[in-house]
Design a binder for this molecule. Structure first.
Ligand code: M6R
Length: 613
């Protein structure tokens, strides 16, 4: 997962950058590089593979200077290779950039810039940024102004750091949306910048966190903060704890909150290296999925526990719709005891953040015993669920510390979507046009997640209204029925409020008897193919006096007119709507628990990894 480090000061930037990148290695990456201003000239060293290769490259061809930036890359656009590794140098050789995120409109921008004469030396989306900056520099703008004008063209969420030999005494860093953080470290006569704090903690504990749409112009003596609209901004310096775990929490109160906010980045990383937007193709190499294997699959059994099982329920809708393969979802603790009809034509697909959940592993063993092919979607590389599988997909979310699973829920939703596309293509049931459209929709996901996060204050206000509630019902339908289960699970596990997720259509068969003024009903009603049906649920709950909290798509006046509270969602392609719909529910549970003063990260009676039956 991409990492950024930058340095400006009296020392040699190269070892500082290499060490900083080393501290971000745990996030995973497939190539690395650095750029250093040496004698007024930008020198770039980059290579595919691990940092050790970059270090060897630098040893063979040394570079040193007092300003530099570095990057570890997890490929999104273009294969992992030296030419696609960051930093990316512009045509003049005067500007160099590193970047986390996805430039959603890069194809349009590349066309526009090529028409102006820009020559592209990589397959990355990032390269458009450097060409844009050069466009404005050549028009006579200062580096900061040129960068700001360039950033205005970018769609999506980004962390960007750049420098130029034209103005060698500065680094420009910006955060747009929530593609991970950008943190500036303050030293004595030297400054640091990074995507993650571990990269700079050995040098300083005084840091400034950039908010979305902020840009810092960093010199060795300090920083000037401005909005992307050019307004000068004040900043607050945070003193970070010496405890490395606490330090990792950054500006967030709890890991859960941090992990909810990390989803733009984790979703970017989930897509990274797996999608070719131009060809409209998905690659999942660790799954070892050949056309023969894909065509031979008769049925898929998804098995998992808790949150992971809810992801599996969404996966069922996706795989059945896109790849036309029958899918059953089994709670792992039930699977092996019901003597399931599984044979060589079946795949048992386990989903597990930890990869060590005892019930999930036992379900996999049951699948193996009966001759099924075993796949897993895991977060922890090297875990047992990864090792015993015939193929796996890694979630690429980075460590999840909060007991309540958040980013390890949305990542497998996207993994399952990609898996469905790949299976659909290999089985020949997905036409070219549809495949391109489905793949293209993936580009929108990180930014849509960021838009949900930007609405946290509205969710917090609803949490305040519900803070003393004792019960809550969540209703969903179709692809968002599991969203109701997941929303309810989040609330119950961290706030100890009794919450039930229910298929909306089942309400009238019993649970509606519970609805009265004391019963909040969360109705998940984005504009998906089940919207009309969900809308009638809002009215039914309302008619019985329940407090209705509607999760509705921006502009849905109809929902707003009947609900007591609305949690607004950005318009999202319906097959990806479970990714956005769950984010306000994660935030709602988080804020209710936090307002109640509970131990959000370690709720009572729960463990992060359940290794007993
Ligand atoms: O590590 P796993 O994904 O296999 O864990 C499965 C469940 O224990 C886990 O999702 C649990 O339900 C979480 N506490 C939910 O937030």
């Amino acid at each position: 997962m991409c990492g950024i480090v930058g340095y400006i000061g009296p020392r040699d930037a190269t070892p500082i950058i290499l060490n900083g990148l080393k501290r971000l290695e745990y996030r995973g990456y497939d190539s690395a590089g650095l750029a250093v201003l040496q004698n007024s000239h930008i020198e770039v060293r980059r290579d595919v593979g691990k940092l050790a290769r970059l270090a060897t490259l630098v040893e063979g061809s040394p570079v040193s200077g007092q300003v530099g930036i570095g990057h570890t890359r997890w490929a999104t656009h273009g294969e992992p290779s030296a030419r696609n590794a960051h930093p990316h140098l512009g045509m003049t050789g005067e500007v160099v950039v590193v970047h986390n995120g996805i430039v959603e409109n890069f194809l349009e921008l590349r066309e526009e810039l090529s028409a102006e004469g820009a020559v592209f030396n990589s397959d990355t989306d990032t390269e458009v940024i450097v060409h844009l900056v050069e466009r404005y520099l050549s028009g006579g703008k200062s580096l900061a102004e040129a960068a700001r004008k360039a950033f205005a063209h970018l769609k999506g969420a980004h962390g960007i750091v750049l420098l130029s030999s034209r103005e060698p005494d500065k680094i420009v860093a910006a955060r747009i949306g929530n593609a991970g953080g950008v943190v500036v470290g303050l030293g004595e006569g030297e400054m640091f910048v990074a995507s993650d704090m571990p990269a700079i903690l050995e040098h300083t504990r005084r840091v400034v966190f950039l908010e979305s749409r902020q840009m810092a112009v960093i010199t060795r003596d300090g920083l000037a903060l401005q909005g992307l609209d050019g307004r000068h901004l004040e900043y607050q310096v945070h003193q970070v704890s010496w405890d490395p775990i606490a330090a990792e929490k950054g500006a967030y109160r709890h890991f859960m909150q941090k992990e909810i906010h990390e989803q733009v980045r984790s979703l970017t990383d989930t897509i990274a290296g797996r999608v070719d937007f131009e060809k409209g193709r998905v690659r999942l190499p660790e799954l070892n999925l050949t056309p023969d294997v894909a065509q031979g699959i008769e049925k898929i059994f998804i098995t998992a526990c808790g949150t992971a099982a809810h992801a599996g329920m969404v996966g069922k809708v996706l795989i059945e719709r896109i790849a036309r393969i029958p899918v059953e979802v089994d709670i792992a603790s039930e699977f092996r005891y019901r003597d399931p009809i599984v044979d060589e034509g079946a795949v048992v697909l386990a989903i597990s953040q930890s990869g060590e959940t005892a019930d999930t592993l036992a379900a996999m063993e049951e699948g193996r015993r009966k001759g099924a092919r075993l796949w897993s979607i895991i977060n922890v590389i090297g875990s047992q669920a990864m090792r015993i599988a015939d193929g796996y997909i890694s979630m690429q979310t980075g460590p999840e510390i909060g007991v309540a699973s958040t980013k390890a829920y949305t990542a497998p939703l996207v993994d399952l979507y990609m898996l469905a596309i790949l299976l659909g293509e290999l089985r020949g049931v997905l036409d070219n046009k549809t495949r391109h459209r489905l793949v293209n929709d993936l580009r929108l996901v990180p930014d849509l997640a960021g838009q949900c996060l930007d609405r946290e204050p509205q969710v917090e206000a609803v949490a305040r209204a519900l803070v003393h509630t004792k019960h809550c019902i969540y209703l969903g339908r179709g692809i968002n029925m599991p969203t109701a289960y997941e929303g309810a699970l989040k609330l119950k596990e961290i706030s100890y409020v009794h919450a039930e997720g229910y298929p909306a259509g089942e309400m009238k068969h019993g649970p509606i008897a519970l609805v009265d003024r004391e019963m909040p009903v969360v109705v998940i009603a984005p504009r998906d193919p089940w919207y009309e049906k969900m809308f009638s649920q809002i009215e039914q709950a309302r008619a019985r006096g329940g407090t209705v909290i509607a999760l509705a798509t921006d502009g849905d006046e109809q929902a707003a007119s009947v609900a007591d509270h609305v949690l607004w969602l950005p318009e999202t392609p319906w097959m990806l709507s479970p990714v956005t719909a769950v984010i306000p529910l994660q935030l709602l549970a988080y804020h209710i628990a936090s307002l109640r003063g509970l131990d959000v990260d370690q709720p009572r009676n729960l463990a992060k990894s359940v290794t007993v039956e």
